[in-house]
Design a protein around this ligand. Structure first.
Ligand code: AMP
Length: 107
């Protein structure tokens, strides 16, 4: 069971932002920006390589709801998903990092 599955199951607490039947958004425990939210499918998929188009469609719509809820749709934001070893993925449960709330550096 991944740590994110434990969060979905309520076994580990999280600072929830939004959820629906299939997706959950919660604050990252080690924020890399003023706003740093993780967006996950509740049903574990390992990474972007393994996710179906159907799940991505739902995840995209849900992510747009989260950005609107946080007001990031107006100010801008960054969306990142790390994949595998070279990508620096630590948790093998697909997640998008939503970063914003300030001017983000690049490079
Ligand atoms: P990644 O390196 O892309 O797999 O990102 C994993 C992210 O999960 C990191 O940014 C961690 O800070 C975050 N994280 C790990 N455990 C928790 C937790 N219990 N609650 C919230 N975020 C977590």
């Amino acid at each position: 069971m991944t740590i994110f599955e434990k969060i979905v199951a309520g076994e580990i607490p999280c600072k929830k932002v939004l959820e629906n039947d299939n997706f959950l958004a919660f604050h990252d425990i080690n924020p890399k920006a003023k706003i740093h939210v993780l967006i996950i499918p509740k049903k574990c998929v390992k990474d972007f390589e393994e996710v179906s188009g159907e799940v991505m469609l739902g995840l995209t719509t849900f992510t747009q709801e989260v950005t609107k809820f946080l007001g990031l749709d107006k100010s801008g934001y960054r969306l990142i998903t790390n994949i595998g070893e070279d990508g620096g993925q630590e948790v093998p449960h697909l997640h998008f990092h939503l970063l914003g709330g300030e001017k983000l550096s690049w490079g």
